[in-house]
Design a binder for this molecule. Sequence first.
Ligand SMILES: Nc1nc2c(c(=O)[nH]1)N[C@H]1C(S)=C(S)[C@@H](COP(=O)(O)O)O[C@H]1N2
Ligand SMILES: [Mo]
Length: 422
Amino acid sequence: MSRHNKKNEPSRRGFIRNSLIGGFAALVGRSASAKTDAIAPLSVPSWSKELGSGTVNEPYGKPSVFEKHVVRRFLPWMFPTRQAAASFTPLQDFHGIITPNGLFFERHHAGVPKIDPAEHKLVIHGMVDKPLMFTVDDLKRFPCVNRVHFIECAGNGVLEQRSAQLNLLQFTHGLISSAEWTGVPLKLLLNEAGVRKGAKWLLAEGADAAGLARSFPLDKALDDALVVYAQNGEMLRAEQGYPMRLLLPGWEGIANVKWLRRIEVGERPWEMREETATYTDLLPSGKARQYTFIQEAKSVITTPCPEYPVLNKGQQVIRGLAWSGEGKVKRVDVSFDGGRNWQQARLTGPQLDKSLTRFEIDWFWNGQEALLQSRVVDETGYVQPSLKELRALRGVNSMYHNNSIQTWLLHPSGEVENVQIG
Ligand SMILES: Nc1nc2c(c(=O)[nH]1)N[C@H]1C(S)=C(S)[C@@H](COP(=O)(O)O)O[C@H]1N2
Ligand SMILES: [Mo]
């Protein structure tokens, strides 16, 4: 029998609502699970006394009505319009390693185009023996692969580079999502076209009004790049690039061109807008790093977090997510004293290549203030940097690729606050 009492739910949701409208009053309800009352005989609830709704009540099923608070969110002040904007996935309510399609974070530069798959085509041209054109049905006739990979926007944590800004996990880390993708290895398509000698770079262009285009090296195309058409068992969502998208596993979100319509093969990068004016990292020297494709290893504690405070002293399970754009997660350590001491966490569930990985650690909380951190090490031996280490490398004007260690300040009240230390 569950020891969790439904009575806690309203106060929890109230807490979320209050946090979202800016208030940060301590509304942490003490959980009834702390009580040691004898368990009452199990009563028969109203829903056990009547027939439930029938099949196909909802032809395309939705989450339980009690999960309405689990939604993507948007910060209106952050972007000029809804079309040139991002929405954040609710990491605080996320389980496992696959983001439900309706909760996948979004980043669009000119909105979501409504593409008729019967009319959409992908062209491969440039330094090839035989330029080719593919419809979605053509792609489906190629041998396919199914792979689980995350996509993270290079701007995830962009506002946190200088100081702690956003006091919710959804906004500090919610520009990452993950799916099982189905598609065709790009190298198969390139083999069909026949890449000419001397070719080194490719350009991928989207069919949205932004005509978003990015250059990427041929090596990646011949390694693990995919042209995907399905996401978690169904065709791509319009927001994720329906009907086809370039997937460059582990590489910054912007390189994963949605609504893919053209791949040009050439000798050098094209220096497009989104790889010169934006998505470059300004260094203290005044020079900018360009084509920094890889999303280096990063992790964050998701339980507890500002949205879900700690309800009781005593035994806790601390949980989180770790990932690396260079391969598999090897280990995750957790600190409860701001990085002075570290303990190794358990990795729960699959540890896949360039994929979200879950970790957990047991902890006894004595009710005192604590500084919670997680730090991932990936299979290449790369260690997630502290904010201080990242700033030493990149200064404070670099906006993208903030993969630094997150600190949550746990107050004696149980509230969790986004802070920066050292
Ligand atoms: N054609 C096109 N592709 C695009 C974009 C876009 O605006 N247009 N946004 C890019 C950016 S910046 C990111 S972070 C990812 C976001 O992918 P998602 O919306 O599926 O989460 O798509 C990338 N691919
Ligand atoms: Mo992005």
